[in-house]
Write a protein of this length. Structure first.
Length: 152
């Protein structure tokens, strides 16, 4: 049987499929990328079986290709998701989202006395341990666990 006929959700002609999202993060990813209010056709599936992450979510967005900034934001919430770029119903590019070495204007500092919480300026964080998800504020040197950060 043709694999396309086995799909649980319809294929998209052009756009992006975000795959291998940990199931508990699916709707957070959708909200983070502004997809809950998007004019584009958005299909969200959750709790699919996955060898890679146990239970996974998948989001298909027609006619949307994400910017580097959006992908960087995504990497904080759900690193290692897979982006599939679709053109004319075919995957033309597949990439795993990696956390960049530096996060600018994405994460808030947890230190209440940090200058970024008291002056109108963008935050800068250096990712010091990608495996453990640790980033450090450029201004006050406070380390933070990326799974517990607040986004700007």
């Amino acid at each position: 049987m043709d694999k396309r006929k086995e799909l649980l959700v319809a294929a998209i002609e052009n756009g992006t499929v975000i795959d291998h999202i940990p199931a508990q993060k699916t709707f957070q990813v959708a909200a983070l990328l502004g997809l809950l209010d998007s004019p584009n056709l958005v299909t969200i599936g959750n709790n699919y079986a996955s060898e890679k992450v146990g239970k996974k979510g998948i989001i298909k967005v027609s006619d949307k290709f994400f910017t580097d900034e959006e992908i960087s934001r995504l990497s904080v919430v759900a690193p290692k998701v897979v982006l599939n770029i679709i053109r004319d119903y075919e995957v033309v590019e597949k990439k795993t989202v990696d956390t960049p070495d530096e996060l600018r204007g994405i994460v808030r500092c947890n230190n209440p006395v940090c200058i970024t919480n008291n002056e109108p300026m963008k935050t800068i964080f250096h990712v010091v341990d990608k495996d453990r998800g640790i980033c450090k504020c450029h201004y006050c040197d406070m380390e933070q666990d990326m799974s517990k950060v607040k986004l700007c």
